[in-house]
Design a protein. Structure first.
Length: 120
Protein backbone atom coordinates (compact mmCIF):
# COMPACT_ATOMS: atom_id res chain seq x y z
CA UNK A 1 0.00 0.00 0.00
CA UNK A 2 1.03 3.59 -0.59
CA UNK A 3 -0.32 6.72 1.06
CA UNK A 4 -1.13 10.08 -0.50
CA UNK A 5 1.13 12.24 1.66
CA UNK A 6 0.88 15.66 0.00
CA UNK A 7 0.04 17.50 -3.20
CA UNK A 8 1.29 20.51 -5.13
CA UNK A 9 0.34 22.56 -8.14
CA UNK A 10 2.36 22.22 -11.34
CA UNK A 11 2.14 23.89 -14.74
CA UNK A 12 2.19 22.13 -18.12
CA UNK A 13 3.70 23.45 -21.36
CA UNK A 14 0.46 25.28 -22.18
CA UNK A 15 0.77 27.12 -18.82
CA UNK A 16 -2.28 25.25 -17.42
CA UNK A 17 -2.15 24.29 -13.75
CA UNK A 18 -2.76 20.74 -12.54
CA UNK A 19 -2.43 18.87 -9.26
CA UNK A 20 0.43 16.46 -8.59
CA UNK A 21 -0.05 13.94 -5.78
CA UNK A 22 2.94 12.75 -3.73
CA UNK A 23 2.73 9.09 -2.78
CA UNK A 24 4.75 7.55 0.03
CA UNK A 25 5.50 3.84 0.34
CA UNK A 26 5.96 1.73 3.45
CA UNK A 27 8.85 2.34 5.82
CA UNK A 28 11.96 0.35 4.96
CA UNK A 29 15.33 0.04 6.66
CA UNK A 30 18.44 0.93 4.68
CA UNK A 31 22.06 0.44 5.71
CA UNK A 32 24.41 3.37 5.24
CA UNK A 33 27.35 2.60 2.91
CA UNK A 34 29.49 5.04 4.91
CA UNK A 35 28.76 4.18 8.55
CA UNK A 36 27.08 0.77 8.31
CA UNK A 37 24.26 2.07 10.51
CA UNK A 38 20.63 1.49 9.60
CA UNK A 39 18.11 4.26 9.06
CA UNK A 40 14.40 4.31 8.30
CA UNK A 41 13.20 5.73 5.00
CA UNK A 42 10.25 5.54 2.65
CA UNK A 43 10.25 5.79 -1.13
CA UNK A 44 8.22 8.61 -2.64
CA UNK A 45 6.80 9.10 -6.11
CA UNK A 46 4.66 11.73 -7.80
CA UNK A 47 1.65 11.15 -10.05
CA UNK A 48 -0.42 13.66 -11.93
CA UNK A 49 -4.14 13.97 -11.29
CA UNK A 50 -7.28 15.60 -12.60
CA UNK A 51 -8.30 16.69 -9.08
CA UNK A 52 -8.84 20.25 -7.97
CA UNK A 53 -6.79 21.48 -5.01
CA UNK A 54 -9.87 21.13 -2.80
CA UNK A 55 -10.36 17.47 -3.75
CA UNK A 56 -6.63 16.76 -3.44
CA UNK A 57 -6.70 18.11 0.12
CA UNK A 58 -9.43 15.59 1.02
CA UNK A 59 -7.29 12.76 -0.42
CA UNK A 60 -4.42 13.25 2.05
CA UNK A 61 -3.89 10.08 4.07
CA UNK A 62 -5.83 7.89 1.64
CA UNK A 63 -4.16 4.57 0.89
CA UNK A 64 -3.91 3.05 -2.57
CA UNK A 65 -3.07 -0.55 -3.44
CA UNK A 66 0.33 -0.90 -5.04
CA UNK A 67 3.93 -0.01 -4.39
CA UNK A 68 6.67 2.42 -5.30
CA UNK A 69 9.50 0.88 -7.27
CA UNK A 70 12.99 2.07 -8.15
CA UNK A 71 13.21 2.39 -11.94
CA UNK A 72 16.43 2.83 -13.93
CA UNK A 73 16.42 5.81 -16.31
CA UNK A 74 18.69 8.05 -18.36
CA UNK A 75 21.19 9.93 -16.17
CA UNK A 76 20.05 13.34 -14.93
CA UNK A 77 21.38 15.99 -12.56
CA UNK A 78 19.73 16.53 -9.19
CA UNK A 79 20.51 19.30 -6.72
CA UNK A 80 20.26 18.27 -3.06
CA UNK A 81 18.08 20.97 -1.45
CA UNK A 82 19.85 20.96 1.94
CA UNK A 83 23.41 21.26 0.63
CA UNK A 84 23.11 22.70 -2.88
CA UNK A 85 25.34 19.86 -4.13
CA UNK A 86 24.49 18.61 -7.64
CA UNK A 87 24.71 14.86 -8.23
CA UNK A 88 23.93 12.64 -11.22
CA UNK A 89 21.22 10.02 -10.73
CA UNK A 90 20.35 7.07 -12.96
CA UNK A 91 17.09 6.06 -11.30
CA UNK A 92 13.70 7.43 -10.38
CA UNK A 93 10.84 6.15 -8.26
CA UNK A 94 7.44 5.39 -9.73
CA UNK A 95 4.11 4.12 -8.49
CA UNK A 96 2.85 0.81 -9.78
CA UNK A 97 -0.67 -0.29 -8.86
CA UNK A 98 -1.38 -3.87 -7.71
CA UNK A 99 -3.51 -4.40 -10.79
CA UNK A 100 -2.71 -2.45 -13.92
CA UNK A 101 -5.85 -0.71 -15.20
CA UNK A 102 -7.04 -2.11 -18.52
CA UNK A 103 -7.03 0.41 -21.37
CA UNK A 104 -10.59 1.33 -22.34
CA UNK A 105 -11.47 2.17 -25.93
CA UNK A 106 -13.78 5.14 -26.44
CA UNK A 107 -16.43 3.00 -28.17
CA UNK A 108 -16.50 0.48 -25.28
CA UNK A 109 -16.66 3.33 -22.77
CA UNK A 110 -19.65 4.91 -24.51
CA UNK A 111 -21.41 1.53 -24.72
CA UNK A 112 -20.87 0.98 -20.99
CA UNK A 113 -22.26 4.43 -20.21
CA UNK A 114 -25.35 3.85 -22.33
CA UNK A 115 -26.00 0.51 -20.56
CA UNK A 116 -25.94 2.38 -17.25
CA UNK A 117 -28.48 4.90 -18.54
CA UNK A 118 -25.87 7.66 -18.44
CA UNK A 119 -24.71 7.84 -22.06
CA UNK A 120 -26.32 9.26 -25.17
Amino acid sequence: MVTISSYRLATNQEQEEFVVLELQGDVTLVQSKTTGNFYATAMKANITSTFSEEVAATMLGKQLPGQIIKQECEPYDYTIPDTGETITLTHTYEYTPEEKPKPVKAKEFMEELSMNGVGA
